[in-house]
Design a protein around this ligand. Structure first.
Ligand code: NAP
Length: 319
């Protein structure tokens, strides 16, 4: 856990505008309040239902239908919508951004985020894209919690000419939300996340649908015997369909490259099974087990048995 987690301290910004107040937007609100980082938090969301909920839950003091209204007077603006909405939102807010404001985002793909947002950012406003590698399969304003980012990585992908002071400030902001911060290029981010997040989600969506379409195994058998491993995939496959549609539409190249590698490795496993190659199967499974141990040692998960169930009162955390 970050040394900053749960601590309150000096206020960094007077007005935070969250464009999109779902799982990630609401978690930023909770964590920013916990750390005393901002004076006021306002928001914007496309539906009246989410705006009403965000206000009722106290996530924002005011939720606007028009994102341009939310960014007026804000010294930090964070886009927390699905990535496919970025271009339209950036175009709408661009002319209304305050001089010296920091504009960032939380999208799961970064090259497309920079492509769609950067052209609309006026001179004197600092745009630095970001991605907190933390989340759950839940969505909406009620899904957020202050601890979501604790001990997790937040990747910032500044352009080469990004303002150093603004970058340092955004880095501190995420550290005080509980995260550890890493800096890389948008393209490298997209390649790394393709294998660590995007492909695993694709596999989960695919295996759940394959099971649903089986003729010789009934739906009730799939559900009844799901504890054999399937249940873990269903949790990932319960993630928001719009968010994930936009991830795959906006990280095509890296996902297709990693999918090619994945398919080759899958064929190796297929051959090992066909030819009863016990040594290869055992070696590959042992290598994979070592990766899992590395993740636990790095503090990115616990060794607690899970199988999709967690004790009451604890929150799942997955990127
Ligand atoms: P979410 O819970 O579904 O929330 C999305 C929010 O965006 C909702 O408030 C939604 O409003 C709003 N929205 C959608 N289109 C909009 C538009 N055109 N204008 C204004 N608001 C709009 O999603 P999330 O999980 O927080 O994901 C948000 C972003 O975080 C995505 O870019 C995703 O890639 C990234 N991310 C997600 C995770 C994760 O695990 N979920 C982790 C890291 C990063 P309405 O309800 O009013 O439509």
């Amino acid at each position: 856990m970050s040394e900053h987690a749960g601590t309150s301290g000096e206020r960094m910004f007077k007005r935070l505008a969250l464009i999109g107040v779902g799982l990630i937007g609401s978690s930023i609100s909770h964590a920013a309040r916990r750390a005393g980082l901002v004076g006021e938090i306002v928001g914007s969301s496309s539906t009246a239902e989410t705006r009403d909920k965000a206000e009722a839950l106290g996530l924002v003091s005011k939720a606007y239908a028009d994102p341009a209204d939310a960014v007026r007077g804000a010294d930090i603006v964070i886009l927390c919508t699905p990535v496919g909405a970025y271009g339209e939102i950036a175009k709408a807010i661009g002319p209304h951004l305050e001089k010296d404001a920091i504009v960032s985002d939380v999208g799961s793909v970064k090259a497309a985020a920079v492509r769609d947002i950067a052209p609309h950012i006026p001179g004197g406003v600092h745009f630095i894209a970001g991605h907190p590698v933390a989340g759950t399969e839940q969505s909406g304003p009620e899904a957020g919690f202050a601890e979501l980012f604790d001990g997790r990585w937040c990747i910032l992908t500044p352009e080469a000419d990004a303002d150093r002071m603004a970058l340092a400030k955004l880095e501190t902001f995420w550290q005080r939300l509980g995260s550890q911060v890493e800096i890389m290029t948008p393209e490298h981010h997209d390649l790394v996340l393709a294998i660590t997040s995007h492909i695993p989600h694709l596999i989960a969506y695919n295996i759940v649908n394959t099971a649903a379409h089986l003729g010789r195994v009934t739906d009730s058998e799939v559900i009844k015997f799901s504890a054999g491993g399937f249940r873990d995939f269903t949790r990932i496959a319960a993630s928001d369909p719009v968010m994930w549609r936009d991830v795959f539409l906006n990280n095509k190249e890296a996902v297709l490259e990693m999918l090619g590698r994945f398919s080759e490795d899958l064929v190796s496993l297929q051959r090992a099974i066909r030819f009863s190659d016990a040594a290869t199967l055992e070696r590959l499974f042992a290598e994979a087990r070592a990766i899992r141990r590395g993740i636990i040692q790095a503090g990115q998960d616990t060794a607690m048995p899970d199988f999709g169930r967690r004790p009451e009162g604890t929150k799942p955390s997955e990127s």
